[in-house]
Design a protein around this ligand. Structure first.
Ligand SMILES: [Zn+2]
Length: 429
């Protein structure tokens, strides 16, 4: 891209600053909560109307029959495409999820108000990732207007359910060829990894439920039963004594941020044993029983150097150590979910193009990072078979899913400049 064109592109992005803020606010004002998956159609309709007005062809796609898809909460996705007047060429695709996680407690602003204060836009989804989606749209609109004679195509998708695994969103589209390397060559996912960092991929994940078994009896005579919660207590003690130290000793060469995630980690997402919790309006007492079942859900995040078979074997070995020390101990492990680690090559074309753009726009080379948790790149890689994919977008990852989530306006503008420059680099030669 020549200097004069670049200056016009810079001006086109700068001139859209107010539009970028308003677009981010509008997106936040759709409470696209997942679960259960609210207002997916409404946000897709809104984006379709906007992008169609900007000359994009738009397609609304419902993931009919995907997990959680229902008439009450249909899983709607939007794909928009603009083709350059310069003829066929490569396609650059920006993918943003439109769903957000629950609000939680501790907010000082309306989570769906889109309030602007001190150079920030506040709201659930501001950084994860409606601000990034808005920045990508502004970059694409500025680019197609400034460089209409480009070769190839620019695509933008707004997809469902990333927060719950992406099966009604990117996975569904990938299975139907939308991310086939013959139609899309470069993918940028504007997740909030900061405007000067390129995220190459993510760690792996394995979720499983562990159940200890006991025998029910009257709570006044526990010796007649067998307490599954005490058995789980022994599991947790073994986990503290042997498994956590083992995981803390495993380090990765992947540039994972934050630093703490450069080790293997394990979280216990939930624990439950004994009588079910009663509804808050239940005024009676619980009944005395020895718990015959206790369950935990474990969330194991693993490194590219680890084999998923080993990851599972470590947990099984730990359970067997408990069994060896406890007469009558019985358990079951139910596997829930797994994703292998993924990482783009540092010399992949989209990595290099975004790196050059960051240097031009911000005047410093980017940091290359890896995300502690997974995101939709897994589906583009494994189902779409497209390796040339990264996450790049404005916002601070630590704010995601927190109260008073926000995205900085200057950061969004800078990220939009980087994305516009990347389009110029990849599509105008
Ligand atoms: Zn996200």
């Amino acid at each position: 891209m020549d200097e004069a064109t670049w200056q016009r592109l810079e001006a086109a992005v700068a001139g859209r600053r107010g539009d970028l803020v308003a677009l981010t606010q509008d997106l936040i004002r759709f409470p696209t909560l997942n679960p259960p998956g609210r207002q997916y159609r409404e946000i897709c309709d809104y984006l379709a109307a906007r992008l169609a007005a900007g000359g994009f062809g738009v397609e609304l796609i419902r993931a009919t029959g995907a997990p959680a898809d229902s008439e009450a909460h249909p899983r709607w996705n939007l794909v928009a495409r603009h083709e350059g007047a310069g003829g066929p060429g490569e396609c650059v695709h920006f993918n943003g999820h439109h769903d957000v996680v629950e609000v939680g407690h501790g907010w000082s602003v309306d989570p769906f108000g889109g309030e602007v204060r001190d150079g920030r836009v506040y709201g659930r989804g501001a950084c994860d990732m409606k601000g990034g989606l808005a920045a990508a749209i502004i970059a694409a609109e500025a680019f197609v207007e400034t460089c209409p004679d480009y070769r190839g195509a620019v695509e933008i998708s707004a997809t469902a359910d990333e927060e719950s695994g992406g099966y009604g969103g990117v996975a569904w589209l990938a299975e139907r060829g939308w991310f086939d390397p013959t139609r899309v060559q470069h993918v940028i996912i504007p997740e909030p990894l900061n405007k000067d960092r390129i995220c190459l991929g993510h760690r792996g994940v394995w979720w499983a439920e562990i159940e200890t078994k006991g025998r029910i009896a009257h709570g006044s005579m526990p010796f007649l039963g067998d307490c599954a919660v005490r058995h789980m207590g022994a599991v947790l003690a073994e986990m503290e004594a042997t498994l956590f130290p083992l995981l803390a000793g495993k380090h990765t060469e992947m540039p994972v941020v934050p630093d703490g995630a450069r080790n293997s980690t394990l979280n216990i997402n939930a624990i439950h044993g004994g009588a079910p919790e009663q509804a808050p309006d239940y005024t009676g007492l619980p009944a005395p029983c020895v718990p015959d079942r206790c369950r935990i859900t474990i969330d194991r995040r693993f490194l590219i150097e680890e084999d998923i078979g080993e990851v599972k074997a470590e947990v099984r070995a730990m359970m067997e150590r408990v069994r060896a020390g406890r007469p009558g101990f019985d358990y079951e492990i139910r596997e829930l979910f797994e994703v292998l680690p993924t990482m783009a090559e540092p010399d992949a074309p989209v990595v290099q193009a975004v790196a050059r753009a960051i240097e031009t726009v911000l005047g410093r080379p980017p940091d290359f990072v890896v995300s502690p948790g997974t995101y939709d790149q897994k589906h583009i890689d494994r189902i779409g078979r497209l390796k040339n994919c990264i996450a790049y977008g404005p916002g601070i990852l630590d704010l995601a899913h927190q109260p008073d989530e926000w995205v900085g306006i200057d950061d969004m503008v800078d990220a939009a400049r980087v994305m516009a420059r990347t389009l110029g680099d990849l599509l105008t030669g």
